[in-house]
Design a protein around this ligand. Structure first.
Ligand code: PMP
Length: 450
């Protein structure tokens, strides 16, 4: 299936000549994908792959959804563009719908990407404090191992050395605390004797920094891209209480966890917290169109409307919240609701966990961590240290041979390129989960034997 004609070799040659791939510019044999349906992608040779990572944790409703394509087509015909200095019906309807999903009152600022949404959150947090008479509150606290995006501020918030080193200096004012990484607790605890120091340390750091200088804490509900690190159940609530005590805003990055991936509508709903600011992207459109949003608690937003003050939020984003992307998001959310895909993601998460349980019998599998329908498998060496990066690459290659695309992460955290990730579309069937688990088990068994 080659809609544009030409042989595969010709396409590869053009790709090598003209395209700069993300992360690995020297990928000389990329998959050239041409179509997708459900959890499957087909390449130029007609080979089908099970997309067990939903692309980059985003194609949650699956590939090939006619109804989303139709909604984009109709919106493009009616009105392709108007800037968000004005407004349009899809943006209004979507902002209303996001309030339902967030179970709170929020004002919605639209952008294009997760990085954009986090930059907006940082600027809003600083301006909020500024106009509240606390202009020295400019710092942000995030976690080591976290990823929050690729722009200078979002990279500043990111706690993964290898993503930052060549690009410094980044946005200033970011400091990091250790992650809630129970498998290798940074505070030397184990699960039976957890002192929740990973949460209470925020209080110490806020005091050391000077509370009058701290604008916000930013965190994902679980650290997804930096190792699938799932915190203890009381972690997020404890951090929020500390933030509230010191007038520090809590920004929750729901770029991956949002829109059902966690088994709830948003990841933070698993932990009973109501963030001040929520950022979201990927699953909002299931990647059918670029769109992101920064949701700000309505009462915070009110301070941006003080008459007679310069309370303009000086941030314009040309494509952010364009009618086509908003219409696509509405169609995507309608599918999630109509097909009960959020509760299905929750059920599939448990099912996947059960099917992966036998992996734990292998000596090179140290831990399996799940959050909703997202899963990380931590590989280890015989002495328990993080497995060498080659092992993860071997497993990925073996699964790809079986036609299964799983993911890896941790390689931007020096010494921790040892995490496999599985995060399939919410329409994945039990049979397809068996294919994923079977392929993983076979790959790991043969590595374990070797
Ligand atoms: N936050 C998180 C948690 C992410 O995983 C990502 C992307 N993987 C981003 C922000 C940045 O999103 P984008 O790539 O759309 O800029």
């Amino acid at each position: 299936p080659q809609p544009f004609g030409g042989t595969k070799e010709e396409w590869l040659e053009k790709d090598r000549k003209y395209v700069w791939h993300h992360i690995s510019p020297h990928n000389d044999h990329p998959m050239i994908a041409v179509s997708g349906e459900g959890s499957w992608i087909t390449d130029q040779d007609g080979t089908r792959y099970l997309d067990a990572m939903s692309g980059l944790w985003c194609v949650n409703v699956g590939h090939g959804r006619e109804e989303i394509a139709q909604s984009a087509y109709e919106q493009m015909k009616a009105l392709a563009y108007v800037p968000m200095t004005q407004s349009h019906e899809p943006a209004i309807l979507l902002a209303e719908k996001l309030n339902d999903w967030l179970e709170g009152e929020y004002r919605i600022f639209f952008s294009n990407s997760g990085s954009d949404a986090n930059e907006v959150a940082f600027k809003i947090a600083r301006q909020f404090h500024h106009q509240n008479g606390e202009p020295t509150r400019h710092k942000f606290i995030s976690r080591h191992r976290a990823y929050h995006g690729n722009s200078m501020g979002a990279l500043g918030a990111t706690g993964q050395a290898a993503r930052k080193i060549k690009y410094e200096p980044l946005g200033v004012g970011f400091s990091h605390v250790p992650p809630p990484y129970c498998y290798r607790c940074p505070f030397g605890r184990n699960k039976d004797a957890c002192g929740l120091e990973c949460a209470t340390i925020y209080e110490e750091v806020i005091r050391w920094e000077g509370p009058e200088t701290v604008a916000a804490v930013i965190m994902e509900p679980v650290i997804t891209g930096g190792g699938m690190i799932v915190p203890p159940p009381d972690y997020m609530r404890t951090v929020q209480e500390i933030c509230q005590r010191y007038g520090v805003l809590l920004i929750v990055d729901e770029v991956i966890c949002g829109f059902g991936r966690s088994g709830q509508k948003f990841g933070h709903q698993n932990y009973g917290v109501q963030p001040d600011i929520v950022t979201m992207a990927k699953g909002m459109t299931s990647a059918y169109a670029p769109l992101s949003a920064t949701a700000v608690r309505a009462d915070l937003y009110e301070t941006f409307r003080e008459p007679g003050t310069d309370s303009h939020f000086r941030h314009v984003n040309t494509f952010g919240g364009n009618p086509v992307s908003c219409r696509v998001a509405l169609a995507n959310l309608e599918i999630l609701e109509r097909e009960n895909l959020v509760s299905r993601a929750d059920e599939l998460g448990y099912l996947l966990r059960d099917k992966l349980e036998p992996l734990l019998e292998l000596s090179m599998v140290g831990d399996i961590r799940t959050f909703g329908f997202a899963c990380g498998v931590e590989l280890i060496e015989a002495d328990g240290s993080p497995a060498h990066a080659d092992k993860v690459m071997n497993v990925l290659a073996s699964c790809k041979k079986d036609g299964i695309l799983i993911g890896k992460n941790g390689d931007t955290v020096p010494g921790f390129a040892n995490i496999l990730t599985i995060s399939p579309p919410f329409v994945t069937t039990e049979k397809e989960l068996d294919l994923i688990a079977g392929s993983l088990l076979a790959a790991l068994r043969s590595l374990d034997a070797g």
